[in-house]
Design a protein around this ligand. Structure first.
Ligand code: PNS
Length: 166
């Protein structure tokens, strides 16, 4: 649905391998700002993910159930092509710390060059989430550390199973 067809549509793209409470915080902020939000997982054949795209979509769908204007999808190829095909005018990205900024700025400017009518909007997750990343929670749980409160409970269960060989 495009702006003309009724409301602002934003895309929140990422790997979400797996979704953390930082991602979820961003989803809830974006869901308040835009009429519709699509959380879109990149299908990246060159990366060895912990969870398949289908598993990640399932986990995301479980945790966004309470947001009626949020959908979950996957895409491959250029993000701006996917966004344009969906009729989205906004790309959402999260910035945790200044260290995220350089990479995010590069992507935003490249995406703007490729598709000038699509705007990247950066949102800041709550400070309680500023140190969380999918990579770190996976590492910590793999080494027997406590990650409760850092990922949704359903994701914690799946992560425990996965790192213990499930
Ligand atoms: O969660 P991530 O891994 O930081 O997300 C990165 C993502 C998926 C947003 C980025 O890699 C992407 O958009 N890839 C799609 C290919 C593309 O459009 N590349 C040019 C971006 S400047």
């Amino acid at each position: 649905m495009s702006e003309r067809q009724g409301g602002l549509l934003a895309i929140y793209p990422g790997s979400f391998d797996p979704i953390t409470n930082g991602h979820l915080d961003l989803i809830s902020r974006a869901a308040r700002l835009f009429d519709r939000l699509i959380v879109a997982i990149l299908r990246n054949e060159s990366k060895q993910p912990l969870f398949s795209v289908e598993e990640r979509m399932e986990m995301l769908r479980e945790v966004v159930r309470d947001y009626p204007n949020v959908e979950v999808d996957s895409f491959h190829g250029l993000l701006v092509d996917y966004a344009a095909a969906k009729g989205a005018t906004v790309i959402i990205r999260g910035i945790r710390a200044i260290s995220d900024y350089e990479y995010e700025l590069q992507m935003a400017l490249m995406n703007r060059r490729l598709a000038p009518s699509i705007e990247t909007v950066f949102l800041m997750a709550g400070e309680a989430y500023s140190f969380i990343s999918s990579r770190l929670v996976t590492e910590v749980i793999g080494l027997g550390g406590d990650i409760s409160g850092l990922v949704p409970p359903s994701v914690e269960v799946r992560l425990k199973n996965r790192v213990s060989g499930g």
